[in-house]
Ligand binder design. Structure first.
Ligand SMILES: [Fe+2]
Ligand SMILES: [Fe+2]
Length: 192
């Protein structure tokens, strides 16, 4: 499991609420990894560190994203918080010494998803939404689905995020639209 070095260091980078959330995501990711035949160590590490950049102020997120040449569109310029995912992968590499590309990628795509999600990416993405501390409307549906069919749980996550953006008049990131389209179009036996 992800060692105490990571836990201790992460605690110094997050507020208490986000730190607890990270522990919840780690444990949920391990559970989903076990069910889906995914490497549990990788799931634990990616789950633990996925939000390591989440508590940075927006101006710092933008500054660091520029410095590390993290690509961003006008949507991220308007909502810099979205960049905490790819920036988190960068910090996991630089500050935590993580070199496992699969782990870094799962951290990088945990907010918007991607058209080409590996099983580890899906595990971390769904765990982020379903960990025990989450309280939003619809979370129970995700929790029900995730043990039986990770793709269905992932689709429910995309639908909730996109629905939330629409309800609030917020932009929907094209990466998430592409991610959802790929999932819907590639899923066997899906109806639409
Ligand atoms: Fe996040
Ligand atoms: Fe998170």
């Amino acid at each position: 499991m992800a060692g105490q070095f990571y836990v201790k260091r992460l605690k110094g980078m997050l507020d208490p609420e986000k730190f607890e959330h990270s522990l919840g995501v780690r444990d949920t990711a391990v559970r989903l990894a076990r069910i889906n035949g995914v490497d549990e160590e990788r799931a634990a590490l990616a789950g633990l560190l996925h939000d390591c950049a989440r508590c940075l102020p927006e101006d710092r997120i933008l500054e660091m994203a520029g410095r590390f040449a993290i690509p961003h569109t006008e949507v991220e310029m308007a909502l810099p918080v979205l960049l905490h995912a790819p920036l988190g992968a960068e910090l996991a590499r630089r500050e935590f010494g993580v070199s496992d590309q699969a782990v870094l990628r799962a951290i990088s795509v945990h907010t918007l998803g991607d058209a080409d999600m590996a099983m580890l990416d899906k595990v971390v993405f769904v765990a982020d939404k379903a960990e025990p501390g989450r309280r939003f409307s619809g979370v129970e549906e995700i929790r029900r689905k995730m043990c039986a069919d990770l793709d269905r749980a992932l689709l429910a996550c995309y639908d909730l995020s996109i629905g939330f953006a629409l309800q609030n008049g917020a932009p929907v990131h094209p990466t998430m639209i592409e991610a959802r389209n790929r999932l819907v179009l590639s899923g066997p036996g899906r109806k639409f």
